[in-house]
Each structure stands twice: as structure tokens, then as C-alpha cells.
Design a protein around this ligand. Structure first.
Ligand SMILES: [Zn+2]
Length: 579
């Protein structure tokens, strides 16, 4: 095992689950000793995500996710077990013990050092005589040498093996280059992935070079080429420039489309710009952003694709309760061009006057229709009313209704009536969804638990034994524990065996420390079991009952087996007899 149980236990003790979860989830309700909030892992309207401070576990009654503080960080930050441990160790200011025996950690480390070396190589190529085309490109885009250094920009030469040769000379293998996405392989011929491109290293918030984004110098496709997904790089979980933007004092983050926009905004003094790596904003990226700011300014390109991407981003960010504004750049297709045409001050003014997203949406709706045509006017009012109907405040709704009425040249009341009608419809849909949400836990309970019990009678007993073994293992010192065979599924059997081992050796047990011994599914089953109420005042009696049930049940099934065996024997004899 990579980490000792002692270390994992201390780690969990120093990262209180309520503290950790609270920085992602608002725990607004309390029921008994448990805290409840809206689940970050599935969409819901009533809280079914619970945290038990006394047991230091979380459990969602809706989607079934659950586990220790380490499991929570793995899930929400999308980290591997060792990475989640490192994350929490940093949070608590603890040193991580050496873990030489973790092959994946070693591989990751190796890939990160290869990426770092590759970035250095590209950087040197930009300064070399052969880097002239890239330097000319930077000049044309008016990006300074300081900006290039700030972002660690580089140049991938127009050659098939320059990076491969340089990295091999540093001791990296073709296999490692391939795994990192730096070379491609066609019929056994290995060649550099990035050729004749301006190279943007993608650096995560911890300062690791995790991948690359290469922009073509001339015309040609694709404009941006990104590293493929690797064990250290996931496009949907990272943003270009966030390593710098997270240090910004501007109080918000500007979301743009291209890496060049990011660089040129930083150069103009807007050090809070980031770009989603060639994808439209993903839910994971939105969540990542919400860790650093609660206000986003979207400055996407003015074309159709850009507008559509902006709409999607607004939806994702609003779900996380973030303030969203949208920049409308008249006279330029993107922020880079805007700053070139009108200067940084003009861009600053634009930022200050940027519309909130309702105005932006209304304008986008309006642009779709010709208001001189009566039919289109009706469609405009209907669609605009749909946008306004989403506003929670009635005064706000009236203000925007007035504006729409004015534009369409119809009375206010007509727009307000339409809004009222649409709100009623929405309410009805919401109520339907609510009932579905409330029913879901019961349906999923059966589907997800992954355990099939012989009968409900023994199910409660099997879980009861496991719960007590986890919560109060001293009880088992004075009784004859059940046998693993008495549990009805391999998962429960394994959980029981592991817990019993701890109890017999009088070793303390915690969910966090079991993170490496039990599978994710087993951890979830165990979490579900230990979060259930137990009769803490009469545990001894409960345990005796459980053990009793298990032995009667297995005796019964043994007897059934015997009977069946006897039947078979009889049949065979009878068969043989007539012959
Ligand atoms: Zn959930």
C-alpha cells in the first residue's frame, strides 16, 4: 500500500469533512446530527446530500454517492486516490510520505517532467534562428517578448523529429513521448505531433505543465491543436491561463475563446483572462472557475458559434450561483482585435458597462426577428417573455417587460400576461420534476446498491453486523463473530473480512484509511450502511440478534441444500432402479 493507515487516519482527522464539503456545497439543513445540502453530483431541487460530522462521512440518498473526505475530493475534483490524498495533505499542511511503490504516481511524475522538458525545448526554439516565423507571428499579433516569457510560449519547428530527438537525448523513450501525446505513430514511424506551430504550454493551477496547445502560424486547419487526453491532461477539467488568472486582483474572471486572446488581454493589464481549451465550457471547468471567483465576464467571439457557446456557458455558470456578464464588442470580432482597434481603456469601459445576461439574452432574441412583420413580432414577444419569466423578482420582470413592450410597440399588459402564462407552465413542470426527484431515491436504492440479498430478513442482519463492526468493534471481542460465508454478496463478504481483521488486531478503523483496501463500490456500500441509524443504547442485544438471524438463515439454507441433495439422490436411485 502506498500510504500507511495511520497517515490516512491523521489526514482525515485534520481535514474535517464538514469544512471540506462546505467549500463546495452549502449545507443548509440539519436533521438530527446530519447536515444536508444539494448534491453536487446529481441535479436535484431538494437536498438529499448528507454529511455526518460524527462519522465523518458523506452520503447522497439521491444518487448513492458516498464515502470519506478523501472519496469526496476524488469525486468532486476528479482526482485519483493518491492525488486526492496529496490535495488534502496540502490543505492541512501535512507532508506526504514517500510513495515509491505507486507505479501510477511515478508515471505521472515522469510525464510531467517530460512535458516540462518539452516546454523548455519549444521555448528555446522560439529564440533560435529557426524560430523566426513564430517571432514574426508574435510581432504581427503585437505580443511582446515579456508576454511570451510570462506564458512560456514556444515554437515547434517545421520538422518531423526535432522534439523526438531532443527528448530521446534527455533519456525519454518513444513510448513515453507517445503516451504524453507529443509524438504520433503511423505504421511504426514515429513523428512529432506539433510541427510549425506557436506553442502554448497548458499549466495547471499547481504549476505543472500538463499539456500543450499549438496554434498554426499561417492559414490551415486545425487552428489550435491540443494534446490528447493523458493521465495528466484532461481538456474538460482545465482552463488555459487559470494558473495566472487565479492570482489576479480584478475580482472576476474573463472567459475568452482563444489562447491568443488570453495572452493579449494579460498583456493589456487584464490578468484575469482564461480560455476553455478548444471546447465549449464544460461543467467541470465551470466548477473549477467557481473555486476562484463568483463573477464571470464572457467575451466570446461575435459570430454565431461564439454566441451559442456563450448561451451554454451562462446556463452552466448560473447553476453554480455565479454572476455572469456578457461583453458585446462592436467593431471587433474578438477581445484581441477590440484592444488593437480601440485600446485597453476602451476595453476597460466595455467591462464596466457590460450587460447582465438578461439584457444580453433579450438582445440576442430580438436580433432573430424583424419587428416590422406582425407575425415575427408575436414570436419575439413569446420568446422574450420566456427569458423574462425566469427572473425571480417581480419588479425586475416588469422593467424588462416594459422594454420588450416598447420595442414591439404593444401594451405592457400584453407582455406581462404572456410572462404570467409562461411562469405558470414552468411552475407546473417544476412540480412534476420535484415529484420525480423525490421518487428517484427509492428506485435507485435498489438499482445502485449492487447487492442482492437472499432475503430482506438477512439483509438487515448482514448490514447490522457490518455497521456495529465499524462503529463499535469492541463488541466483537466477547462474541463468536459470523463467518464470511454467511454474507450474501462478495462485496459484503469482503467488507466484513477486512473490518473483522481490524477488530481482531484491535486496530482502529476509518473509512478514509480503507480507501485503498476496498473498492469504490464497496466503500459506497459501507458508507450507506454506516450512515443508517443504529440503536446505540442496546448494541449488544442488537448484535446478538443479528448473529442469531444469520446463523438460522444459513442453517435454513444449508438444510434446503441438504434436502435438495437428498431429493437428487433419491431421483438418481429411482432412475437407476427402473433401469
Ligand atoms: Zn447525489
Amino acid at each position: 500500500m502506498a500510504f500507511s493507515e495511520l497517515f490516512l487516519q491523521e489526514l482525515a482527522e485534520r481535514n474535517d469533512i464538514v469544512d471540506v464539503v462546505s467549500s463546495y456545497v452549502q449545507l443548509t439543513k440539519r436533521s438530527g446530527s446530519n447536515l444536508f445540502g444539494l448534491c453536487p453530483f446529481h441535479s436535484e431541487k431538494t437536498p438529499s446530500f448528507s454529511v455526518a460530522p460524527d462519522k465523518q462521512i458523506y452520503h447522497c440518498f439521491g444518487c448513492g454517492k458516498g464515502g470519506s473526505v478523501i472519496g469526496f475530493i476524488m469525486e468532486i475534483e476528479n482526482l485519483s486516490f493518491p492525488d486526492a490524498v496529496a490535495f488534502l495533505a496540502r490543505r492541512a499542511g501535512m507532508a506526504i510520505p514517500e510513495q515509491e511503490d505507486d507505479p501510477n504516481a511515478k508515471k505521472r511524475e515522469r510525464m510531467l517532467s517530460l512535458n516540462r522538458e518539452a516546454a523548455r525545448f519549444f521555448y528555446e526554439q522560439l529564440k533560435a534562428p529557426s524560430g523566426a516565423p513564430a517571432r514574426e507571428y508574435l510581432q504581427r499579433r503585437q505580443l511582446s517578448g515579456r508576454t511570451a516569457t510570462n506564458f512560456g510560449l514556444g515554437f515547434a519547428p517545421d520538422a518531423w523529429h526535432s522534439l523526438t530527438d531532443a527528448m530521446k537525448a534527455k533519456g525519454f523513450t518513444e513510448r513515453e513521448l507517445f503516451d504524453a501525446g507529443l509524438v504520433r505513430n503511423r505504421n511504426g514511424n514515429v513523428y512529432d505531433t506539433f510541427r510549425n506551430r506557436l506553442m502554448f504550454p497548458v499549466i495547471d493551477v499547481r504549476g505543472n505543465v500538463i499539456g500543450f496547445s499549438g496554434r498554426i502560424l499561417g492559414d490551415g486547419e486545425p487552428k489550435y491543436m491540443n494534446s490528447p487526453e493523458t493521465i495528466v491532461f484532461s481538456k474538460s477539467h482545465n482552463l488555459f491561463g487559470l494558473n495566472l488568472a487565479k492570482k489576479s486582483k480584478m475580482g472576476f474572471i474573463i472567459l475568452v475563446e482563444g489562447n491568443v486572446d488570453v495572452a493579449s488581454l494579460h498583456q493589456a493589464g487584464f490578468d484575469c483572462a482564461v480560455a476553455s481549451l478548444g471546447t465549449s465550457l464544460t461543467p467541470e471547468q465551470a466548477r473549477l472557475l467557481s473555486r476562484y471567483t463568483n463573477e464571470i465576464v464572457i467575451a466570446y467571439d461575435g459570430d454565431n458559434a461564439g454566441q451559442k457557446a456563450a448561451q451554454r456557458a451562462i446556463g452552466l455558470l448560473e447553476k453554480l450561483d455565479m454572476r455572469v456578464r456578457v461583453l458585446r464588442m462592436e467593431g471587433a470580432k474578438d477581445p484581441d482585435e477590440y484592444i488593437k482597434n480601440f485600446g485597453a481603456d476602451a476595453f476597460r469601459n466595455l467591462l464596466e458597462g457590460s450587460e447582465n445576461h438578461i439584457e444580453y439574452r433579450l438582445q440576442s432574441v430580438q436580433q432573430k426577428y424583424d419587428l416590422k412583420v406582425d407575425e415575427q413580432k408575436v414570436s419575439y414577444v413569446k420568446e422574450a417573455a420566456g427569458v423574462i419569466a425566469q427572473l425571480p423578482g417581480s419588479v425586475e420582470r416588469e422593467v424588462y417587460a416594459m422594454r420588450v413592450a416598447e420595442q414591439a410597440g404593444i401594451p405592457n399588459t400584453a407582455v406581462l400576461d404572456e410572462i404570467k402564462r409562461q411562469r405558470k407552465n414552468k411552475l407546473r413542470t417544476a412540480q412534476r420534476e420535484l415529484t420525480r426527484d423525490q421518487l428517484r431515491p427509492i428506485r435507485q436504492q435498489e438499482k445502485r446498491s449492487g447487492v442482492r440479498y437472499e432475503n430482506p430478513h438477512s439483509a438487515a442482519a448482514e448490514e447490522g453486523v457490518i455497521r456495529l463492526l465499524y462503529l463499535d468493534s469492541a463488541l466483537f471481542h466477547s462474541v463468536q463473530p459470523p463467518k464470511p460465508e454467511q454474507f450474501s454478496s462478495p462485496e459484503l463478504r469482503h467488507i466484513f473480512t477486512v473490518l473483522l481483521e481490524h477488530a481482531e488486531q484491535k486496530r482502529p478503523v476509518s473509512l478514509a484509511a480503507l480507501g485503498e483496501t476496498l473498492s469504490t463500490q464497496e466503500l459506497q456500500i459501507l458508507t450507506r450502511i454506516i450512515q443508517q441509524d443504529d440503536a446505540s443504547d442496546r448494541r449488544e442485544q442488537a448484535l446478538a440478534d443479528y448473529i442469531n438471524i444469520l446463523s438460522t438463515d444459513s442453517l435454513a439454507s444449508e438444510q434446503t441444500d441438504l434436502r435438495a441433495y437428498a431429493e437428487k439422490l433419491k431421483e438418481r436411485k429411482g432412475y437407476g432402479g427402473t433401469k
